[in-house]
Design a protein around this ligand. Structure first.
Ligand code: ZN
Ligand code: ZN
Length: 376
């Protein structure tokens, strides 16, 4: 029986859906998060753990019977003064423990921590009315060199954002939201039913603790407008094709005092005619003439920061990889040069003559292994 575990987990917050979310909403939220966190696609080290948590939340909330049972357990907790009575740092469940402490980045606290830390006076109070804004998605295409070295890019997108007129308060400029008189700003009203007292979101202010008497005309009091936005993204050096950058709090604004969602920027990287990537290293094929490979040579090699001279040692076979230190992803990678010994095409009479002389003097190719192993 999972009740003890269930008591301590907020599956709704894990999926970022309200408690009255429909089955469809739950499905949609799960699919989105699962796609985002799947360990095959998400290189972040915490992704797998989060993926598991989200999967568990979904398996419970998607099953009508399990969800009813879970809701019942959560209700008991509210009755005990858990959720509802948790202001002022009183006892109950410690969300910091559940979602990872703030020092360990990348846990659920990054995604959902704000849900629990909002509220007046820094109290850890869960407001059922507050809803985290949706995550938004967009994509950018980067040049090969920009992806290697890192860059900043401006993204233009039409998306919901904080209303610029009222700065998200929803109140007409010059006015301010006032404290809800019904709940005194708590956002919760308590109902006594027998032995239990149930804390409910305040119906007057929908759990926000404030009411807007004079709504902003531009956003109709919602605090959000959809408009053309320009968002500057800092792209870290070494980002790979298909990876995503998460901009926390740059997604759609939250509702009823909830935190904004995140903006996920999927990165595509254009290929380069010469260079390719191998993790943090760059790779390059270098054509080398047979005499250079046989006798050794110094060859000019291009890099993303101008040419370098590469020393090819005597007797370098084709396929050997030579390393040019520090010419890959800055501070992380090298340039790996694969030697490609060329066979001369269209020999001149002079070259042929020289090659015949060479052939007479050179040792024959060593094919003894072939004979030895096959007897042919
Ligand atoms: Zn507004
Ligand atoms: Zn209220």
């Amino acid at each position: 029986m999972a009740s003890q575990e269930w008591l301590e987990k907020d599956f709704y917050a894990m999926l970022g859906v309200p408690q009255d979310a429909s089955k469809k909403d739950i499905e949609r939220a799960y699919r989105k998060l699962a796609r985002e966190l799947h360990p095959d696609h998400n290189p972040e080290p915490t992704a797998e753990e989060r993926f598991k948590g989200v999967s568990e939340a979904y398996s419970v909330l998607h099953d009508d019977k399990a969800r009813a049972e879970y809701d019942q357990i959560q209700l008991m907790k509210t009755g005990r003064g858990g959720f509802g009575g948790m202001h002022g740092g009183g006892g109950g469940v410690n969300f910091e423990d559940l979602f990872g402490n703030p020092a360990s980045s990348g846990g659920f606290s990054d995604l959902f921590g704000d849900l629990f830390s909002r509220g007046s006076g820094g109290a850890h109070r869960r407001r059922s009315g507050a809803q985290r804004g949706n995550d938004l998605r967009t994509h950018i295409t980067l040049d090969f060199a920009d992806a290697v070295k890192g860059t900043t890019a401006d993204i233009r997108m039409r998306a919901p954002g904080e209303c610029e007129t009222c700065h998200g308060s929803g109140a007409k400029p010059g006015t301010a939201p006032s404290t809800c008189t019904r709940c005194g700003g708590r956002g919760l009203v308590t109902e006594n039913q027998g032995a239990f007292s149930f804390a409910q979101p305040c119906p007057e202010c929908e759990g926000t603790g404030t009411v807007v008497a004079d709504p902003c005309a531009d956003c109709g009091g919602t605090g959000a407008t959809t408009r053309d936005r320009v968002i500057t993204v800092r792209v870290p050096a070494g980002i790979g094709d298909g990876q995503s950058i998460r901009l926390a709090g740059r997604g759609a604004p939250g509702e009823r005092g909830g935190p904004a969602g995140d903006l996920l920027v999927k990165v595509a990287v254009r290929s380069h005619p010469l260079f390719a990537r191998d993790g943090d290293n760059l790779t390059l094929r270098l054509p080398v003439a047979f005499p250079e490979a046989a006798m050794g040579a110094k060859v000019k090699v291009p890099t993303l920061d101008g040419p370098v001279t590469l020393k090819i040692p005597e007797s370098t076979p084709t396929g050997r990889v030579l390393r040019v230190k520090g010419r890959g992803v800055p501070g992380k990678g090298d340039l790996l040069v694969t030697i490609d010994v060329e066979v001369p095409q269209g020999l001149s009479a002079e070259a042929r003559e020289a090659l015949e002389k060479y052939a007479a003097a050179a040792p024959a190719a060593d094919r003894s292994k072939l004979e030895e192993l096959t007897g042919q």
